[in-house]
Write a protein that binds this ligand. Structure first.
Ligand code: 1PR
Length: 535
């Protein structure tokens, strides 16, 4: 490889930078990893994708001498691109577990988003930029959305004005990117922002090239509602990993041989949904509760391969819990999650184990710090931890019959019952537990979950629409984003869920697998209904 095709990458090992690597390679460049501070000073161009939390990152930079080298490199106006925490670290300090001092190159303090004004924290999803000065690398963005995921942000001030190249509105106006000479940093994730993001990276890597501009007419103006494609994955009876889909969680064909329904190959389908405009792709290893996921190497391989071509966020769930294998070797849920992150996941999703943790927490009111939710969110951040809820409706005539929160149903039950509570289940719906979806959602938010994936067994695979009552109850109860899932069968179901509830995203499986409605049509319908989406 010629010098010209080399990109120096500063990866201090705190999280998933696989997607940044994949994006750089996808653009035809080679990566040289920083080993010593000298590698920073000698870089032709340097990308710094900050991951993890502010304080540990600063510790590494200070203890290795990399921080000093970074400051020299940047002060000498050498080509630099910081991403996410790689932007925040340039500021004077952060309030994340702090105050903690930063590199101090840009005046200002990085603070937490204020969730009191109704904006959910973390800020997750596709949002619009207000470009305030010529930034070169943002030239192709035009009117389109880019992908953010963070709870902390830097604010514009008179002192840092000369640095700001764009801002974004989310409750407050915060700094979305900075630029001075050849030094750039962005709060959003270009490596997860689809085509638009790849063009930001390309412009940084090839500053003088003339690129063809693809601009859409419509102006992105705020956080978009997300449309997520979900792949339920398991091994079929032949031992191949396939995408399957159940009806109310039953994935067997009942016609003849009772085989696992096979709807295609996971990597292929993920790539197709990315091309079709999915805002995220989720993989759920639906038999993860009984198999040990690290024994399930094919799933890790699926992630590695999918992340080479899919430049939007990937979530993986199934089997995330502490585990002792047949040789008595113990694996913590954190180790299991780390392996998923290293293989290309941006978020992990916890089902059964979250139910156990929430039950324990409700009983004791003590945060032990030992649950999978707490451990993983402490190391990788809340935004990386999704809790998947699998509730089943339990009809009631009288809400005082149960200790769990119930709701008055829009459509009464089969025997005219006017109320229901939503019982949480584990092991793919096989076992009901003494906790409701409402109680679970509140508990896991307190334990550190950053997002809720809200399924509904009654609606799953039915194509009759989302459970609006349930989604409304949960999305009003928590201040983290809620992904509505189960039951989508027509484009109207998506506009319904977004206009009647506070869900941040809608997830569907069957409707896309059966090719009934393409993702594009869902987006076009939402736009027509005046709902902000990424096109
Ligand atoms: O308990 O941590 O091992 O995680 C297991 C994960 O696998 C959970 O997230 C659980 O939701 C999921 N899961 C387990 N069994 C099944 C099953 O179907 N037998 N799939 C299953 C859950 C629900 C959604 C589905 C939507 C949309 N699937 O993922 O994709 O309901 O479907 P639709 O649009 O076709 O209606 P753990």
């Amino acid at each position: 490889s010629t010098d010209d095709s080399v990109v120096t990458l500063l990866d201090y090992g705190a999280g998933n930078v696989r997607s940044v690597r994949n994006a750089i390679r996808h653009l035809g460049f080679h990566i040289k990893d920083v080993q010593t501070p000298k590698d920073i000073l000698n870089a032709r161009r340097l990308i710094f994708p900050g991951v993890g939390a502010f304080a540990p990152a600063m510790d590494v930079l200070n203890n290795t001498g990399m921080g000093e080298a970074l400051c020299t490199y940047i002060q000498n106006d050498r080509p630099f691109l910081g991403i996410c925490l790689g932007l925040q670290l340039l500021f004077e300090s952060s309030e994340e577990n702090g105050p903690v001092g930063g590199l101090g190159l840009i005046p200002g303090v990085v603070g937490r988003f204020d969730s009191s004004n109704g904006f959910r924290v973390p800020h997750i999803g596709w949002n619009a930029l207000q470009i305030t000065k010529d930034s070169e690398i943002l030239d192709d963005i035009g009117n389109r959305h880019v992908y953010f995921v963070h709870s902390y942000r830097a604010m514009p001030s008179n002192e840092n004005k000369e640095w700001i190249s764009s801002t974004c509105n989310y409750g407050d106006e915060f700094i979305a990117s900075v630029r001075k000479g050849k030094v750039h940093a962005v709060q959003f994730h270009p490596e997860k922002s689809g085509d638009v993001g790849l063009s930001v990276l390309r412009r940084f890597l090839l500053p003088n090239s003339s690129l063809t501009e693809k601009r859409t007419e419509r102006k992105a103006s705020k956080l978009a509602k997300r449309v997520i494609a979900c792949l339920d994955v398991r091994t079929n009876d032949k031992g191949d990993l396939v995408v399957t889909k159940g009806d109310q969680y039953d994935v067997r064909e009942h016609a003849e041989k009772n085989e696992v329904r096979n709807l295609g190959k996971p990597v292929e389908l993920a790539g197709k949904y990315y091309e079709d405009g999915a805002d995220e792709v989720s993989f759920l290893n639906i038999t993860g509760f009984r198999d040990f996921p690290l024994g399930d190497l094919p799933m890790l391989q699926v992630l590695r391969s999918a992340s080479e071509n899919v430049f939007v966020p990937l979530t993986v769930g199934g089997g995330i819990r502490d585990f002792t294998d047949s040789n008595d070797r113990y694996y913590s849920s954190l180790e299991v999650a780390s392996e998923y992150f290293r293989s290309g996941a941006d978020k992990i999703s916890i089902g059964s184990d979250a139910v156990h943790a929430a039950e324990e927490y409700l009983k004791t009111k003590v945060k032990t710090g030992k649950s999978s939710i707490e451990q993983i969110s402490r190391v990788y951040g809340n935004q990386a931890v999704v809790v998947s809820i699998d509730p089943r409706r339990v009809y009631l005539n009288d809400p005082s019959d149960v200790e769990f929160k119930s709701i008055r149903l829009t459509n009464p039950g089969p025997n005219g019952e006017e109320y229901a509570w939503y019982q949480c289940t584990i092991n793919g719906g096989r076992e009901g537990r003494p906790i409701g979806a409402y109680e679970l959602a509140k508990s896991v938010e307190e334990l550190g979950a950053g997002e809720i994936l809200l399924n509904c067994i009654d609606c799953d695979g039915q194509g009759k629409g989302f459970d609006i009552d349930l989604i409304k109850m949960i999305s009003d109860a928590v201040s983290i984003p809620v992904i509505a899932s189960s039951g989508a069968g027509a484009v109207e179901h998506f506009s319904d869920v977004f206009s009647k509830t506070n869900a941040s995203a809608a997830l569907a499986a069957g409707i896309f697998h059966r090719k009934e409605v393409p993702i594009r049509s869902v987006k076009e319908h939402l736009l027509k209904e005046g709902i902000e989406v990424r096109i």
